[in-house]
Design a protein around this ligand. Structure first.
Ligand SMILES: Cc1cc2nc3c(=O)[nH]c(=O)nc-3n(C[C@H](O)[C@H](O)[C@H](O)COP(=O)(O)O)c2cc1C
Length: 172
């Protein structure tokens, strides 16, 4: 038997349920960093990061259109993906907070294009901005990976609306 549904026949998507559903997909946590037009560091916590292509090496993440830093990322030539380590929950919260200087007291070094690389992360991908694409109330930023660094530190995980720790399953 084949069930045929038109969109109109389906119930509307409840936004709370949609968030809950998407939240069951466990991710890592990144801080996307760049420089604004005045050369000031900018950073925002994002878990919408994903690999996109190996050859050429491309990654993607999405930023809310209403974000205060939207123009900065849209106009940036470079940005960095700082993949947070398990002991960096404070940085995730800090770079998701409004009304503070997010970089105050945060240790970082300049990477490609002067983009800040936060100290102590699990890994880093330094990117040039390849493209941006509209995506509903977000914009997708595609980065071309120019340089990477991987540290031997456990990454932080995020799922079901909270921070999680990564543990290997001992399966044969
Ligand atoms: C774990 C976590 C993941 C987040 N992921 C994203 C994301 O992928 N894209 C986004 O636009 N906002 C994301 N946010 C929200 C932003 O970090 C936050 O709303 C933003 O910093 C608010 O200030 P703004 O006006 O500078 O955007 C996330 C927040 C947290 C705590």
């Amino acid at each position: 038997m084949t069930a045929i549904h038109t969109d109109a026949a389906l119930p509307a998507i409840d936004s709370t349920e949609l968030r809950r559903c998407l939240g069951s997909f466990v991710t890592g946590v990144t801080v996307m960093t760049t420089l604004d037009a005045d050369g000031q560091p900018e950073g925002i916590t994002a878990n919408s990061f994903s690999s996109l292509s190996l050859n050429p090496p491309l990654i993607v993440w999405s930023l809310r259109l209403s974000s205060r830093s939207f123009n900065t990322y849209q106009n940036a030539t470079h940005f960095a993906v700082n993949i947070l380590a398990q002991d960096q929950v404070h940085l995730s919260n800090r770079f998701a907070s409004s009304g503070i200087n997010r970089f105050e007291g945060v240790a970082y070094t300049p990477g490609l294009g002067g983009v800040p690389l936060l100290e102590g992360c699990a890994s880093y991908l330094e990117c040039s901005l390849e493209a941006s694409h509209p995506g509903g109330d977000h914009v997708l930023f595609v980065g071309r990976v120019q340089r990477i660094r991987v540290n031997d530190i456990k990454p932080l995980a995020y799922g079901n609306g909270g921070y999680l720790s990564v543990q290997s399953l001992d399966v044969a």
